[in-house]
Design a protein around this ligand. Structure first.
Ligand code: AMP
Ligand code: MG
Length: 424
């Protein structure tokens, strides 16, 4: 992790970018320099650890598997008993089933019936699949051609005692929850949840339950932000709607910054409004206002209010979601203790729509990724792309990311897509 930079105004002046149009990658880089992950941890039951981030390495207290065991249903034999040039007949001395091992050693001329997962009995060193023997009563005939040690899973092959099974900084998915349980571990240390306070700004906004008067609209940003934060595993502090009034805003910023690790607002950062919020935030902390070379989501503010990180997102509902996913998400994961934060995969597919695009900024168009009858994937846009049209996000299952230098897109061109849905 880089040294945190104390003064955001210093970087806004010192770095070699045009403050009127900050490239997306540069903005991410600058934000990344300030992020100091939480360190406090708590111990939770393994089931409750789903979605949380490991605060310590999980070290295996056992060998996995614990014993040499069979990978097949068949017979455990001594390889030295087998012949290179003809069948050998062995006596079946007993059985080793999963959970019911053979007690004793396999002697020369003997074998043991064994099922998948059964402990390999002493003396035996090779498993012959049942399909490869001729069984008759308590005798089996085995043809030549079996390799010593075949079909056997060795003790500790998966994990050895003392080996790190899972690393600190990992987000726990069902696979990890299962793995921890397979080690007999019932509790793990996870980082405390990141506390994120958020509010909407705007005189025109009303919350659900109130009757909008003429010119007023329902606040939706607070609800999408609530959803996005909850999905990321944050503890959320919903501070409601704050009017465009300096006194009320100052109070809200102060309250949010003293109760949370991160403060997120929407609205009030575009030109005109920004001057007023700018003065306020310069008084309360160190905040830079960026015009990002992107669409949607051009205005964005980032900085510190006391110890809290601040993200001032634009007001338009689609811009809120795009800037959240492109800047805030990764930052919150870093702050939550995720290490490393894996980049979201993107890949290229043909675009079936024709897209209007001006070079000079990165665009995040809302797309639908779909498969044709032959199984080939392609992407198209979700119709109207206005930054106020939240339906474009709802219909989308991907972002179509058009890089800075890209111009108009003709159908059939390969475009980069970022999938919105995750399997696990
Ligand atoms: P602003 O950045 O405050 O100028 O807002 C830009 C546009 O987004 C305006 O049309 C606002 O009405 C709209 N907007 C701002 N905040 C919200 C919100 N919380 N929910 C829905 N729309 C909003
Ligand atoms: Mg506003």
């Amino acid at each position: 992790m880089n040294e945190p930079v104390r003064d955001t105004r210093a970087i806004s002046c010192a770095d070699d970018y045009d403050p009127n149009s900050m490239p997306v990658g540069k903005a991410r880089e600058v934000i990344a320099r300030f992020l100091q992950p939480v360190t406090a941890a708590e111990r939770v039951n393994v089931r409750a650890a789903l979605g949380r981030i490991l605060a310590e390495d999980v070290v295996s207290p056992l060998n996995v598997p614990a014993h040499d065991n069979s990978a097949m249903d068949g017979y455990a034999v001594r390889h030295a008993d087998l012949k290179g040039d003809g069948d050998v007949t062995l006596k079946v001395a007993g059985s080793s089933f999963a959970g019911a091992p053979y007690r004793g050693a396999v002697k020369s001329g003997e074998c043991v019936r064994i099922m998948t997962g059964g402990v390999v009995p002493q003396g035996a060193d090779t498993i012959v699949m049942q399909e490869h023997v001729k069984a008759a009563g308590d005798k089996v005939a085995i043809a030549p051609g079996h390799k010593k040690g075949q079909n056997l899973r060795r003790a500790g092959e998966d994990l050895k005692i003392g080996q790190v099974a899972l690393k600190r900084g990992l987000a726990l998915r069902p696979a990890e929850i299962g793995l921890i349980s397979s080690l007999g571990i019932g509790e793990v240390a996870v980082y405390r949840k990141l506390r994120v306070a958020f509010f909407s700004t705007g005189d025109e906004l009303v919350s659900i339950g109130s009757q909008p008067k003429e010119g007023q609209i329902f606040d939706s940003n607070r609800y999408t932000i609530h959803g996005m934060l909850t999905r990321l595993g944050c503890e959320v502090i919903d501070m409601g709607v704050v009017r465009d009034d300096p006194r009320l805003l100052e109070r809200a910023f102060g309250e949010a910054a003293s109760s949370a690790d991160v403060v997120i607002t929407s609205g009030g950062v575009s030109v005109g409004e920004a001057d007023f919020v700018k003065d306020l935030l310069n008084k309360l902390g160190e905040v830079v206002f960026w015009k990002i070379a992107m669409k949607p989501g051009r205005p964005l503010a980032y900085g510190k209010i006391g110890p809290a990180h601040f993200f001032g997102l634009p007001g338009n509902p689609v811009s809120v979601m795009v800037t959240f996913y492109q800047f805030v998400r990764d930052a919150l994961l870093v702050l939550s203790g995720r290490d490393p934060v894996p980049p979201l995969p993107t890949f290229k597919v043909p675009c079936t729509s024709s897209l209007k695009k001006a070079p000079g900024r990165t665009e995040f168009q809302r797309g639908i990724l779909s498969q044709d009858a032959a199984g080939n994937w392609s992407a198209r846009v979700t119709g109207e792309q206005g930054s106020g049209i939240l339906r474009s996000m709802s219909e989308a299952n991907c972002f179509i990311i058009l890089p800075t230098e890209q111009g108009n897109v003709t159908p059939g061109t390969l475009v980069e897509v970022q999938v919105l849905e995750g399997l696990v």
